[in-house]
Design a protein around this ligand. Structure first.
Ligand SMILES: Nc1nc2c(ncn2[C@@H]2O[C@H](COP(=O)(O)OP(=O)(O)OP(=O)(O)O)[C@@H](O)[C@H]2O)c(=O)[nH]1
Ligand SMILES: [Mg+2]
Length: 201
């Protein structure tokens, strides 16, 4: 069996809710806190067991404040997946999200990009309006090859778990052939017991 680690990075404007998404996924909690992330933070969680072995997400939560932008490059280098976040009610955060997508396309060609609209509860409960129309959104998604767009709320928990699990599952599906090849290598080798950590980053 292989220990599969999927390097996943969260990017987006300050205050869009990146840390809240991670906290909801890891601890199943929502804390209304105004403390901004400094630099970046790392967490890891085992998501499910695949036929190849345990799949863990290694999550890098980055700081959205512009003064940290140059260090953020170090966090998304060799990422397998990126969650580019924007606040569903905030047009400025949508512009910045598009900026992150361009950067990823420029520097990390192999990175699979997901778009995440955050704070969906504000639309549902506070009757706020969406910053981006459906038409603009779908035209953009098909023009830049976004794997999937999620609408989430860390406050209610809506779609948070499913987003992270989809990312882990997509990774397995996209790399099936590599895993099969690796398993064959293990089977043809003489060692009776294998402890191996399989990484694509
Ligand atoms: N209503 C609502 N508020 C949210 C949600 N997610 C985050 N917030 C609030 O938005 C603010 C910013 O959340 P953070 O998770 O710290 O944002 P961040 O993107 O990590 O910000 P930086 O660390 O500065 O980049 C906090 O006051 C959160 O409580 C949500 O789903 N719904
Ligand atoms: Mg944060």
């Amino acid at each position: 069996m292989i220990n599969i680690k999927v390097k996943t990075v969260l990017l987006g404007n300050s205050k869009v809710g990146k840390t809240s998404l991670v906290r909801r996924f890891i601890e199943n909690k929502f804390i209304d806190s105004d403390v901004s992330t400094i630099g970046g933070a790392f967490v890891s969680k085992e998501v499910f067991s695949s036929s190849y072995g345990e799949v863990s997400l290694c999550i890098w939560d980055t700081a959205g404040e512009e003064k940290y932008e140059s260090v953020t490059r170090a966090f998304y280098r060799n990422a397998n997946a990126a969650i580019v976040c924007y606040d569903v009610t905030c047009a400025k955060s949508w512009s910045r999200a598009k900026g992150w997508v361009s950067k990823l396309r420029q520097f990390e060609e192999k990175c699979v990009i997901y778009l995440c609209a955050t704070k969906l509860d504000l639309i549902k409960e506070m009757s706020a309006s969406k910053a981006v129309s459906e038409d603009v959104l779908s035209a953009y998604i098909s023009s830049v090859n976004i794997k999937q767009h999620f609408e989430t709320s860390s406050k209610s928990g809506e779609n948070v778990d499913i987003m992270f699990k989809t990312i882990a599952n997509d990774y397995i599906q996209l790399n099936k052939e590599n895993f099969a090849e690796y398993e064959n290598l293990c089977l043809t080798s003489n060692d009776s017991e294998k402890t191996c950590c399989f990484k694509f980053f």
